[in-house]
Design a protein around this ligand. Sequence first.
Ligand code: PLP
Length: 437
Amino acid sequence: MTETMTDLNARTSELDRGHVFHSWSAQGSLSLLPIAGGRGTEVWDHAGKTYLDFSSQLVNVNIGHQHPAVVQAIQEQAATLATIGPATANLTRGVAAQRIAARAPEGFDKVFFTNGGADANENAIRMARLHTGRDKVLSTYRSYHGNTGGAIVATGDWRRMPNEYARGHVHFFGPYLYRSEFWATSPEEECERALHHLRRVIEAEGPDTVAAILLESIPGTAGIMIPPPGYLSGVREIADRFGIVLVLDEVMAGFGRAGEWFAFDAHDVTPDLITFAKGVNSGYVPVGGVIINDAIARTFDERVFPGGLTYSGHPLAAASIVASIDAMESEGIVAHAKEIGADVIGPGLAELADKHPVIGEVRGTGVFWALELVADRTTREPLSAALMGKAKAELVGRGVLPFTADNRIHVVPPCVVTADEVAQAMTAYDEVLTILD
Ligand code: PLP
C-alpha cells in the first residue's frame, strides 16, 4: 500500500516524538508541526497545507525559503568540494569573508568563521579578553547571546541560571522605555539614565577588570527594543573611555532584518568586533562568525589565536553566504525590508494597536517588530502565558507561523515578504487579537 501524504505527516510526527530530543522543551508533551517544504515566505506540510512563515523560523530565514540561487550555489559547491578543513586556503571561503567584510564599516577586513551565533560570541569574548588582558564581560539582563558555555552566561534572562558556573560575567540594564528601570518618561531620559547606570556598573566593577561590553544592537529575543537615539554611541564613548572592547551582536538583527546590512548602521556607531550568523546565509548551512577590526586583528599577527573549529569556514556555508549576499544585493532585499517595514508592517501594526486594547506597545523596524501584549494597558501587566499559548495556537490554525516570546508576538517574516502576504497575516493577527481583547 502506498503512503498517503497525510500518512507522511503522521509518520514525521511519530519519528519526531520517538527519536528527536528537542531543545528548550520538556519532551513529554511535544507535538510539533510537520514541515516538508517551503518557498519564499511560505512553508507547507506533507499534505500540502501551507503556512505563512512570520517567524522566519528562529528569525533567520531573511532571504526566504529555498532561494534558487542559494540552493544552486550549495549544490554546485557540494559537487566540487563538499568539505575542506580550516587550515587551507579556499577560494569560496575567501570570497565569502570578503563579501561580509565589504558590508562592515571601514577598517574591518578579517572574518573568523564559526558554526553559529553562540560560538561567534564565544570567540569574540575570547578575542576581547586576549586583547585587553582583562576578564569581565558586561552584557544586559534582557539579552540572548546563545547557548554555549560562555554565551549562555552572557545571556541576561533566566536561561543563564542553570549555567552560572563561569566567572567574569556581569549584567546591567539596557534601555527599555515601556518598562523603564530608571523611571524615565522620554527616550532622552531613558538614554541618559541607562548610560549613567552602565558607567556606574563599570566603575563599581573596576574598569581595569572589564574586557568587553557585549550588546545586541537591537535586543531581539528579549523584545526587539530599538535603542533610543544616542544610546549606542554613548556606549561607544564609555567603552573608549575605559579601554573596553565593544562587541555588537548582530546575529539576529543583521543582514537585512532591521532594514540595514547591520542594525547599528542606523545608530551612528562603530563597534570593535561584530558577531553574525542567521541572516548571513539564512541558515541554509549552519554558520556564524566574528568580523574583526584591523587593530584587534593585527594583535594576532605575531601570536596564536587559541580558537578554532573543525568546520570553521565550511565550503558549503561559504558558497551559501556568497550567493545569499549577492542575491540580497542584486534584488534589493535589504532596501525592501526597510521599506515594507516603514510603509506596510509598521502602519498595519499601529492600526491594530488602535483597535485592540490587548496591545500595550508596538515597536520595531524593517522586518523586526514586536507586539507587546498586556492584560491591562494602564498597569501594563503582561498577558498571561495561557493566553499567549492560545494566541499562538489560533495563529497557526489560521495558517500563520508566529514567533512568540513571553508576552509578545514578534512579527518577523523573511525580508522578501510581500505587501499581500503582510495583509493576509494582518487579518489573522486582527482576528486573534479580537479573541484576546
Ligand atoms: N545572538 C543573538 C542575538 C541571537 O538571537 C542568537 C540566537 O537566537 C544567538 C546569538 C545564538 O545563535 P545560535 O543559535 O546560532 O548559536
